[in-house]
Design a protein around this ligand. Structure first.
Ligand SMILES: Nc1nc2c(ncn2[C@@H]2O[C@H](COP(=O)(O)OP(=O)(O)O)[C@@H](O)[C@H]2O)c(=O)[nH]1
Ligand SMILES: [Mg+2]
Length: 151
């Protein structure tokens, strides 16, 4: 028997990137477990190991928002480098996800925006930031919703 025809359009690939230890794997597990039914059907998130950035319809850049051992300079280089690799005008929508805000040394959104140099990036690009905590099940749903509406 042949496999059934897919219902509706193929889900668009959303790639989750960020430094090691940022929280990508835990986020993805949580997104699949918890959002499952509510995740917009149009998107299919995974890490870059299985999907290349060039195939991505949208990108989630995960950054640890706690400043006990901050790696924001490194994260900033990674983010700006990634964006620079796209041809002008072909950048997919991007969510910067500041995560682990349940932790005691988590910083405010404005601090991360400054540390990651987001103001330099935004000009006309589909890029935004959300703060989240996987442990508190907070914030990531809104982030994926924004992305799904901006693909
Ligand atoms: N407190 C807290 N810890 C988190 C959160 N998300 C991830 N972590 C922890 O951060 C560490 C790295 O997470 P992981 O998903 O393996 O990071 P990856 O290397 O980017 O895949 C693990 O110890 C996670 O339990 C969060 O929202 N809150
Ligand atoms: Mg991982």
């Amino acid at each position: 028997m042949s496999s059934p025809a897919p219902l509706g359009p193929k889900p668009k690939k959303v790639v989750v990137v960020g430094l090691d230890n940022a929280g990508k794997s835990k986020l993805l597990r949580q997104v699949w477990n918890d959002l499952g039914a509510t995740l917009p059907r149009t998107i299919s998130p995974s890490e870059t190991s299985s999907t290349s950035l060039a195939e991505a319809a949208g990108i989630v850049f995960v950054v640890d928002a706690t400043d006990d051992h901050p790696r924001w300079a490194e994260a900033k280089r990674e983010l700006h480098g990634m964006l620079a690799a796209f041809p002008p005008g072909e950048l997919p929508p991007i969510v910067i996800l500041g995560t682990k805000i349940d932790r005691p040394y988590a910083v405010e959104e404005a601090v991360l925006i400054h540390q990651l140099g987001l103001a330099e990036l935004v000009g006309g690009r589909p890029i935004t930031m959300f703060m989240c905590s996987v442990d508190w099940k907070f914030g990531y749903k809104e982030a994926f919703k924004w992305l799904s509406e901006n693909l």
